[in-house]
Design a protein around this ligand. Structure first.
Ligand code: CA
Length: 228
């Protein structure tokens, strides 16, 4: 499967040039021409890498980056900036970008940065999970389809989001507070009881024996941990 890149760039000429360049290198490329469309795509689909221009209509690249990180997305991000000032670089990295490249850039330099970033991400195991199999369960996070023992299981949007968040951090304890912040974004009517209820539903649908879960573990007083 080829690696997927989302390019968010408002200058049509540059967007096309970079899109062609990446496609010719074998990447699967999606594009967006403004910040809002870019954020929408970045959250709706799974990418291995996001290339974000800083100066964008509707929502700038820094804001997209910050929003994604706050919501728990850890896709690799390369920022493109027209300015090479240190402040941009510092702000970008602070907001969670992984690397940045000043415009105008040499196409070879862009490709080298992308390759290095993807290599690093792969080594850290941070490539976004698009699907997972555990036990007799199959979940495709891109299509939202799930099955257990070959029988389709219907997962609600929040259940999918919650599962994906835990799966992306598998093996690690995820605190309830973190789930409230990143999966529920502090909605006023949501309490940690809501999380427990959603976890119970997930277990009901996906575990062989929901009372003694093998995959979605409760860590008493803290939160949850997913194990394959
Ligand atoms: Ca721009």
């Amino acid at each position: 499967m080829s690696l997927r890149i989302l390019l968010v760039e408002d200058e049509p000429g540059l967007r096309m040039t970079v899109e062609d360049l990446l496609a010719s290198e074998g990447y699967e490329v999606d594009t967006a021409a403004d910040g809002e469309a870019g954020l929408l795509k970045a959250t709706a689909e799974a990418y291995d890498l996001l290339i974000l221009d800083v100066m964008l209509p509707k929502k700038n690249g820094f804001d997209i980056c910050r929003d994604l990180r706050q919501r728990g997305y850890d896709t690799a991000i390369l920022m493109l900036t027209a300015k090479s000032q240190v402040v941009d670089r510092v702000v970008g990295l602070k907001l969670g970008a992984d690397d940045y490249l000043a415009k105008p850039f040499d196409p070879a330099e862009l490709l080298a940065r992308i390759e290095a970033l993807l290599r690093r991400v792969k080594k850290e195991g941070r490539t976004a999970v698009t699907s997972i199999q555990f036990g007799d369960v199959d979940v495709n996070f891109e299509t939202g389809e799930a099955s257990k023992g070959g029988v389709p299981v219907s997962l609600a949007g929040k259940e999918l989001q919650l599962l994906r968040y835990l799966v992306d951090r598998r093996g690690k304890v995820v605190l309830r507070e973190e789930l409230l912040q990143n999966v529920w974004e502090y909605q006023s009517d949501v309490s940690s009881r809501t999380i427990d209820v959603h976890v119970a539903w997930l277990r009901q649908k996906l575990e062989d024996n929901p009372a003694t879960p093998k995959h979605i573990h409760t860590i008493r007083g803290k939160g949850y941990r997913f194990a394959e």
